[in-house]
Structure formats: structure tokens, C-alpha cells
Ligand binder design. Structure first.
Ligand code: GCO
Length: 256
């Protein structure tokens, strides 16, 4: 078996929410596998700084800041890529926010903000990318970032959980509608990863020991530990894999 199966040479990857955290780690890994990178974030300065950091490492990275939950902004972003002759072969729908509050106290505006950013964005951006992949007849790769919450729930994170549950079935819908065009749509389900989003949980001794006790690997995951699954799902190695979700969670979902 040649490792060329995992090479992303000549491919262009758009990774949403990649100015930091899981998105940045995934983008860096795809770049190291040969992909040209388009980083995205809501904050233009932070996104540009992330692209500069990866360029300084010898990767090819440009920044494209836009609101992933805004239909018009998504369309404008793709029209800009079209104008620059940049064809997205690999799309990683990673952008996501968390908001922790019991449902009885939850403002519907916060529900919508979380669901739009974590789920609707994958539909909006996935559709623009797929339209162009189909028009080019080149096929492509879509990797959606799910969560443990694509399968299970815990108190105070209902909108996030509903959105991540939706990501699992949206991924299967993408497979159902776009596989025949040579597009593989799959997902990754990160476990409890040591990121900014989870800082408050990591600093909570009770929650920290819950994660370490409940995870067979007895530790939080590291963002770089998602890279293997991301490169696999972005590369020719997964050309007959569609509608699947790979859990990278230290075994948490596999055991009672
Ligand atoms: C939480 C966390 C989780 C993790 C991750 C787990 O509040 O429980 O934020 O949602 O971020 O999604 O898979």
C-alpha cells in the first residue's frame, strides 16, 4: 500500500472555524499532508494571524473571514473564491460554538444562534461547495465535525446537542444526495478535547475527574489527535466511505 493514498497534494481545503482550536489543528494536518489551505473565522485579524503562522511553517494558507451562519456571507465568500480561481476540493465544517444553560432558562435567540452556527452553517457551506464540485465533475470531500453529543446528551447543552445530533444525519443526507457525484461526506466525533471551548470544564475539578474517570484513555484528548481521521476522510483512502462518523474520543462512547 502506498502512502500516496493519504496525500492531499494538489487539493485545496477550506476549514471553517480554523483560526484556533480543533479547526486550526485539523487545517495544519491537512496542510502537512499537502493541501493548500483556506482558513476561516469570524475575526479577520485572528484568521489572518493563523494563516500567517501556518505560512511561516512552510504551508500554503490564506484567510477568508466570514460568518458561517449567514446565507449572504457564505455565498459572497464562495463567489470570492470563484473570482480568485480557488476550487474547494475538501471542506471541513468545523465552526461551532457552545452555550451552557438549562433549557427552562434558555432564550430562543441563544438556541437559534447555536443551532445556526453549529448545524445550519454545514448545510449552507456544504451546499455551495457541493454545487461547485458537481459542476467541475471532480467530486470532493466533506468532513463535518460532530461530537459525543451526536449520540448522547448531558444537562445544560441542549442546542449544541441537537445541532451535533443533526450533524450526524445531515452527513448521511449529504451522502444520500451527493455520493453519486463522487463526493464523500463523512464526520468526525471528537470526545472531550483540551480546547478553549472546554477550558471552564477542565478547570472544574469535578468535571475534570468525571472526564478522566469516564474515558477509558483516562485523559482529555489533544486537538492534534483528530488529524489522522481528518486526513483519512479528506484523502483518496476514504473513496468508498460515505455517511459515516468516526469517534475520536478515547473510547468514551464505547464503554459504560
Ligand atoms: C460540553 C462540551 C462538549 C465537548 C464536545 C464533546 O459542554 O459537554 O463542550 O460538548 O465540547 O462536544 O464531544
Amino acid at each position: 500500500m502506498s502512502l500516496a493514498l493519504f496525500s492531499l497534494e494538489g487539493r485545496t481545503a477550506l476549514v471553517t472555524g480554523s483560526a484556533r482550536g480543533l479547526g486550526y489543528a485539523i487545517a495544519r494536518g491537512l496542510g502537512q499532508a499537502g493541501a493548500r489551505l483556506i482558513l476561516n473565522g469570524t475575526n479577520a485579524e485572528r484568521t489572518a494571524a493563523a494563516a500567517e503562522a501556518l505560512t511561516a511553517e512552510g504551508l500554503t494558507a490564506t484567510a477568508l473571514a466570514f460568518d458561517v451562519a449567514d446565507d449572504a456571507a457564505v455565498l459572497a465568500a464562495f463567489e470570492r473564491l470563484d473570482a480568485e480561481g480557488l476550487a474547494v476540493d475538501i471542506l471541513v465544517n468545523n465552526a461551532g460554538i457552545q452555550f451552557r444553560k438549562p433549557m427552562l432558562d434558555l432564550d430562543p435567540a441563544d438556541w437559534r444562534r447555536v443551532v445556526d452556527t453549529n448545524l445550519t452553517s454545514a448545510f449552507l457551506i456544504g451546499r455551495e461547495a457541493a454545487k461547485r464540485m458537481i459542476a467541475r465533475g471532480t467530486g470532493g470531500k466533506i468532513v463535518n465535525i460532530g461530537s459525543l453529543m451526536s449520540e448522547v446528551a448531558r444537562p445544560t447543552v441542549a442546542p449544541y446537542t441537537a445541532a451535533k445530533g443533526g450533524i450526524k444525519l445531515l452527513t448521511r443526507s449529504m451522502a444520500a444526495e451527493w455520493a453519486e457525484h463522487g463526493i464523500q461526506s463523512n464526520a468526525i466525533g471528537p470526545g472531550y478535547m483540551a480546547t478553549d471551548m472546554n477550558e471552564a470544564l477542565m478547570n472544574d475539578p469535578k468535571f475534570d475527574s468525571f472526564v478522566k474517570g469516564r474515558t477509558p484513555t483516562r485523559r482529555w484528548g489533544l486537538p492534534d489527535e483528530l488529524v489522522g481521521a481528518a486526513v483519512f476522510l479528506a484523502s483518496p483512502a476514504s473513496n468508498y466511505v460515505n455517511g459515516q462518523i468516526i469517534y475520536v474520543d478515547g473510547g468514551m462512547l464505547a464503554v459504560l
